[in-house]
Design a protein around this ligand. Structure first.
Ligand code: GDP
Length: 294
């Protein structure tokens, strides 16, 4: 992801690099082109517009000093604004040092929730947390089975019940955690193919029951504008704390990843970069900005 976007932005910036100085005309031309590149990459319209307006405002006020070219100057302004757009600094998840840490994982079916839950379990186990995975995706037996297999691979136990009541699974898992002395609970919830009222109600109820330390919304970065729309819908109902971008190793155009922080107003906390259980990284806005700007 981002290779094509990165190549196109680079080509646009090369044009201005050859010019002696920054003028209103060459700034406008370059930024118009970059705006079009962002829209082509599926960046949200308003996000692209606001982004370009900010870069333009900064660029117009800048004197080019002899040691740097107009291209370098505008690249630096774009880089700084991109880091800002992606959230500024990185955001950690909060791990409760005393009581149990409860992490609720939500998102649409197929977004990568189960895979992410196992990856996070692996990561936290490596940090010496006593982790329990909870299979609250009760509608698809295959989902419970998948979590059990992944749990085995990362050597983390999986809590599940025969009953078809996700709320009960959630409340029973809390009792189990107390009994067995786990300090970290990762609850994998059910998703549907599209946002629907019943699913949202169930997720909201589970949130109410378990009172999570963190609610993380997992979103498939390959799904473009739909990713941003589902993020908005989930945030309005469950008010999540952070975003996990999954499948960032895919070859989609990357616009959702760029827009989501700004549209939803919640930080991106992790990126999932592949099907292997070690393919999980903390999200750093500056690293992604560097990747996009080549
Ligand atoms: P869930 O329905 O939200 O629990 O989604 P799953 O965790 O079952 O993931 C759906 C599919 O996407 C599976 O085939 C996963 O192997 C795959 N998947 C999940 N995360 C990633 C990722 O970061 N990269 C890639 N390439 N595939 C992923």
């Amino acid at each position: 992801m981002f290779e094509e976007l990165s190549l196109k932005i680079d080509a646009a910036l090369k044009k201005i690099t050859g010019q002696g100085r920054l003028t209103e005309a060459n700034i406008s031309d370059t930024l118009r082109e970059i705006r079009r590149i962002l829209l082509d990459a599926d960046v949200n319209y308003k996000v692209a517009k606001d982004f370009i307006d900010k870069v333009k405002e900064k660029a117009l006020g800048k004197e080019v000093i002899a040691s740097i070219t107009p291209g370098q100057l505008i690249t630096k302004i774009i880089y700084d604004e991109l880091v800002e757009l992606l959230g500024g600094g990185h955001s950690e998840i909060f791990l409760n040092p005393t009581g149990a840490t409860i992490i609720l994982v939500v998102g649409l079916q197929g977004s990568g929730k189960t895979t992410f839950s196992a990856k996070l379990a692996k990561r936290l186990k490596e940090r010496k947390r006593k982790v329990l995975l909870v299979a609250a995706d009760i509608y698809r037996p295959a989902a419970i089975e998948q979590l059990k297999i992944l749990g085995q691979q990362v050597d983390v136990p999986v809590f599940s019940l025969e009953q078809k009541d996700a709320r009960l699974v959630a409340s029973e898992s809390l009792k189990y955690v107390k009994e067995k002395g786990f300090d970290t609970l990762i609850i994998d919830t059910a998703g549907r193919l599209h946002v629907d009222e019943e699913m949202m109600k169930e997720v909201a109820d589970i949130k109410e029951i378990v009172k999570p330390t963190e609610t993380l919304f997992v979103v498939d970065s390959m799904t473009g504008q739909d990713a941003v729309n589902s993020a908005k819908a989930f945030n309005e109902t469950v008010n999540f704390d952070g975003i996990v971008l999954s499948k960032l190793d895919g070859d989609a155009r990357g616009g959702a990843a760029i827009s989501i922080r700004s549209v939803v107003g919640k930080p991106i906390k992790f990126v999932s970069n592949g099907e292997k259980l070690e393919n999980l990284d903390v999200f750093y806005p500056d690293r992604l900005a560097s990747r996009i700007l080549g």
